[in-house]
Design a protein around this ligand. Structure first.
Ligand SMILES: [Fe+2]
Length: 136
């Protein structure tokens, strides 16, 4: 059984715009968890709306981060963008497979994305944010 993740201030990077986006990303992910655990009469429709929202918001958020890195001349930007692109590709693939998936599959997907996002924030994002904050 997947555990529901809650936003915690330890994930804050100190760049308010990005912190808000991270919070929102976890919040959209948690909508998925809620729908999968509560059960919903319109489960498939609700789920596809959330998944679309999640994908769109992830792409929007990654673009914001990449603009920050570019603006402040962060040298690790190309490598960081590869990590973003790989995640988007993986998520897109997994969502395709979910159309026939069970509730358990949705929760496994949730577990994957929430873990990825939080680990990414704590490691890769922390590095560029520390660099950028010194230049802001
Ligand atoms: Fe990132």
């Amino acid at each position: 059984m997947a555990v529901k993740f809650e936003w915690n201030e330890i994930y804050e990077l100190g760049i308010p715009e990005i912190d808000l986006q991270h919070k929102k990303l976890i919040s959209i992910s948690n909508e998925l968890y809620d729908v999968a655990t509560k059960g919903d009469v319109n489960l498939k429709i609700t789920m596809s709306k959330i998944l679309k929202n999640l994908t769109d918001y992830t792409v929007y958020h990654f673009t914001s981060e990449e603009e920050f890195m570019k603006k402040y001349g962060y040298q690790g930007a190309p490598m960081h963008k590869i990590a973003h692109d790989n995640f988007v590709a993986e998520v897109t693939q997994q969502i395709k497979n979910l159309s026939e998936g069970s509730q358990e599959d949705v929760l496994l997907f949730y577990d994957y994305i929430a873990n990825w996002i939080l680990a990414h924030i704590a490691k890769a994002d922390k590095i560029w944010a520390t660099f950028v904050k010194e230049k802001m």
